[in-house]
Design a protein around this ligand. Sequence first.
Ligand code: SF4
Length: 475
Amino acid sequence: MTDHWSLITESPQEECGIIGIFAPDEDVARMAFFGLFALQHRGQEAAGIAVSDGNAMSMYKNVGLVAQVFKPETLTGLQGHYAIGHTRYSTTGSSLIRNAQPFMIETMNGPLALAHNGNLVNSLQLRDELLRQGVGFSSTSDSEVMTMMLARDAGATWEERIKDAMGNWVGAYSLTLLTRDCVYAVRDPWGFRPLCVGLLPGGGYAVASESGALRTLGCEAIRDVKPGEIVALSSNALTVTQAVPPVSPSARCVFEHIYFARPDQTWDGVNVHAVRQKLGEELAREMEIAADVVIPIPDSSIPAAIGFARVSGIAYNDGFVKNRYVGRTFIEPTDSLRKRGVGMKFNVINENVLGKRVIMIDDSIVRGNTTGPLIKLLKNAGASEVHVAITCPPIVHPCFMGVDMGTYDDLIAHKRSVNEIRQMVQADSLVYLSLAGMMRAVGRSDGYCQACFTGTYPVPVDVSSAKTGFERGKK
Ligand code: SF4
């Protein structure tokens, strides 16, 4: 996505959605399209689908939303029984067409395509090693490093080659891989990113970042791809291999529950919508503020506001109407429209806030670009007080596992107290949910990465390997 809407896309950006399909009697490209369409919220910069018919592989990818990239005739040109797809938000490597996925190459073992959700923390070292061995790269993405490592591996089968490579990869990777006659689903041993597989109603299997995308395709019997597993989709039965032992405790990204995933996502038995309601309930228990109305920032904060209202006894109402499509255009706004900032995306329902003490629920504050302007919109509409309640603790550390939160300097809570942030955004009060409250809402005290709140990373991180590290390295 071009960056002229950056002022109104303050939330942390998810890194990618992936899909894989084996369906012998279906139009797999069309199925992959609708699967990606259901994963559009995970990345809006580029999309691609690669397909194999058992002999030849073909692929199409471009910059844009899924529905902008694929036309009916594009999909008709992608024939086969096996498909993988990707919708991208840039993580490692900037947002260029050459970084769009899947990555497809010809190897000595036949064609290979890869779609990746996550970020390797040791990709710079791995890339330097390959460069020294004479391997060239066409992009700046860690996903191409993974593709090249698989292409060069000496293992006898694709399972062996994937297993070998997994031994060298450190960080977050949920992958779908396409070979001439198989789709593989692979999840890192820490389990950072979700990945699940389901049975298609007409026969065959599909794998996707979120269970909601599988249900869009009519899948039944959905199960998670477990940390460290390789799942092969190529015949009537799934072949599951525990390629590397799972790391204990695992490190599922807790932000999937707070913000990224669709509310219909169920991950390791935990439903996202239920967690968000409980986040709101926990906030209400920790916050003692008299108010007349609770309003969410749509969409991700709606369940939390419902939970908050239920526990606090303060009435829930809608305060903002969101234009869900404004950031999803490549048409650049005029200067005067750009100056309207969040006002281009949110309108206030004046009647619902006029003269009222408002509690505004939001999922997170990252850079702090939008909180102040949203408070101003409410006050301009006549709210007498605006209290801000956030459904997670302050984000004080960047993410190296594939979520774009910027650098330390970008984070408003880095080196600032809650009261300093409150003054900056001009809220009457500001409350963050405690770490313990957040984990109570998730329902488990461990097994989750919380590094952006605590600074305790589940894997060793190197600041120079952060976003666009490759480009910096080349200069
Ligand atoms: S640092 Fe935060 S955003 Fe990144 S994986 Fe961990 S919990 Fe998720």
